[in-house]
Design a protein around this ligand. Structure first.
Ligand code: DUC
Ligand code: ZN
Ligand code: ZN
Length: 470
């Protein structure tokens, strides 16, 4: 079994920082010791990595990605291969992607299709949530099977996208009741889709076709209302509820109020809602704004959503930052919506940049170092049944480790990123930190800005139930 010693670094966890050395044996962490503790065995190690002046932290866990997702007549442009290599470059060593079932389809076929896409093609470990796009008796039975036998313990429902993924309130309640019986988590895309569709049709009829109308036809009220309705339905069903991609401060308030009452209600946000805005990005002249079309949509900075999201990350009103990585190229993909914003495929790619962008929040004083680790690594692992295998540096945990250089810098650009996209939504953004070295299950997969891992190294993660419930 290969032995790797990481010396000289500052080890980070969700509770703080300490000077420690870390010994890896094979695929797992063997021990942590105070500085120099392993000096006598250093010569027996296969490799000693000097992390002096750098942070040594758990590999990132991104619990919201969409590799190869079919959407709007095209498909997300990252394959499991390109997307997980990009993830590794960015210090993310586990992803949880979404298998898809639509009305009339067999849930197990949907899951099998996602296994077929990912199996043998991933550079880092991966798990699946299951989208239930057609709640019926068979789908409810399948939820039990997936939760008990397949390591799929979370199910995403949509209050948006009528005719595609949408569930009505009765369907949502039934799925929540099933989840409650299983101890599984319901993940919710909380936007009032039928009302949005009316606003979209009215905007198009007025000739309002530019990308910015994507946000203007998805007003905060329709995110707030759906979030509140989802919380009430979960309360009736007594089911754990996780609101995905929260973007509006009013939706944060709904989540916070449910949490204050002791409900198992949780929320995530994504880098795009922290860094990008309606005014500065989506409303760019011409068709440039199409790069920033995602749902929930980018919000107005002057309305205070961005500040409210950072605050909620500090107070744990929001518990996780994931990416909703759903990349589309401008050419041939976003371009499908030229002259009609409603045809622009929804999604932004950032699986490579989540750890860096969130670290910039440490630099600017929005969050602490410990909170960075908690939001990006530890809580995602706990929320979705991967802890303590993932999300923490502890004896017995997988040796998924990021050595992060706070003196390094990262300039995000399409010229240097590894995602399969012909643009970057974060072009020109500067981060005062840099991913230095990444290990996935004891193997160095990134060093010297080079991918040294292999496609197929990533294994399927059978997940347990949430370890984060109140
Ligand atoms: N939102 C996106 O931006 N893309 C895919 C699906 C979703 O809900
Ligand atoms: Zn969604
Ligand atoms: Zn998503």
């Amino acid at each position: 079994m290969a032995k790797i010693l990481l010396t000289g670094g500052t080890v980070l966890s969700s509770s703080g920082a300490s000077s420690a050395d870390v010994l890896l044996e094979g695929e797992t962490i063997a021990a942590l010791g105070e500085r120099g503790y392993f000096a006598s065995i250093a010569s027996t190690c296969d490799r000693v990595i000097d992390a002096t002046g750098k942070y040594v932290m758990p590999g990132g866990v991104d619990v919201h990605t969409h590799m190869e997702l079919p959407f709007g007549g095209t498909a997300a442009s990252d394959t499991f291969e390109t997307g997980t290599i990009a993830a590794a470059f960015g210090g993310t060593t586990s992803i949880v992607d979404f298998a898809v079932q639509r009305t009339g389809e067999d849930v197990r076929d949907g899951l099998a299709a996602w296994h077929a896409k990912a199996d043998g093609n991933c550079a880092v470990d991966y798990g699946f949530h299951q989208i239930i796009g057609g709640v019926d008796d068979a789908a409810l039975e399948a939820m039990a099977y997936l939760s008990e036998h397949e390591g799929v313990t979370s199910f995403k429902l949509f209050m948006a996208y009528p005719g595609v993924f949408y569930s009505d309130d009765g369907q949502i309640l039934r799925a929540m009741q099933t989840a409650s019986g299983l101890g599984a988590t319901i993940m919710m895309h909380a936007e009032n889709g039928p009302a949005i569709d009316v606003l979209v049709a009215q905007a198009l009829a007025r000739g309002e076709t530019d990308p910015k109308y994507h946000s203007l036809t998805r007003p905060v009220e329709l995110e707030e209302e759906a979030t509140h309705r989802a919380i009430m339905l979960a309360k009736v069903a007594k089911a754990p509820l996780y609101i995905v991609h929260v973007s509006a401060k009013e939706a944060v308030a709904a989540v916070a109020s449910a949490r204050d009452m002791g409900a198992n209600v949780f929320g995530e946000t994504c880098p795009q809602y922290l860094y990008l805005s309606l005014e500065e990005h989506l409303a760019k002249a011409g068709f440039e704004g199409a790069a920033y079309v995602c749902s929930t949509p980018l919000r107005s900075r002057k309305e205070g959503h961005h500040d409210a999201l950072w605050q909620a990350l500090r107070t744990n009103d929001l518990s996780i930052v994931s990416t909703d990585h759903c990349p589309f190229c401008m050419k041939d993909q976003k371009e499908l919506g030229l002259g009609n914003f409603s045809k622009i495929p929804n999604g932004i790619g950032s699986v490579e940049h989540r750890m860096d962008l969130l670290y910039q929040g440490v630099v600017t004083g929005e969050i602490s170092l410990a909170r960075w680790v908690e939001l990006a690594c530890t809580t995602p692992a706990r929320m979705f049944g991967l802890y303590p295998r993932k999300g923490v540096l502890a004896p017995g945990s997988d040796a998924d480790v990021v050595i992060y250089d706070p003196k390094g810098t990262t300039d995000i650009s399409v010229k240097t990123h590894h995602m399969n996209m012909d643009h970057s939504a974060y072009e020109g953004i500067h981060v005062d930190g840099r991913v230095d070295t990444v290990l996935s299950r004891g193997r160095v997969v990134i060093e010297n800005n080079t991918f040294t891992g292999s496609v197929g190294h990533g294994t399927y993660l059978k997940r347990g139930l949430s370890q984060y419930l109140l």
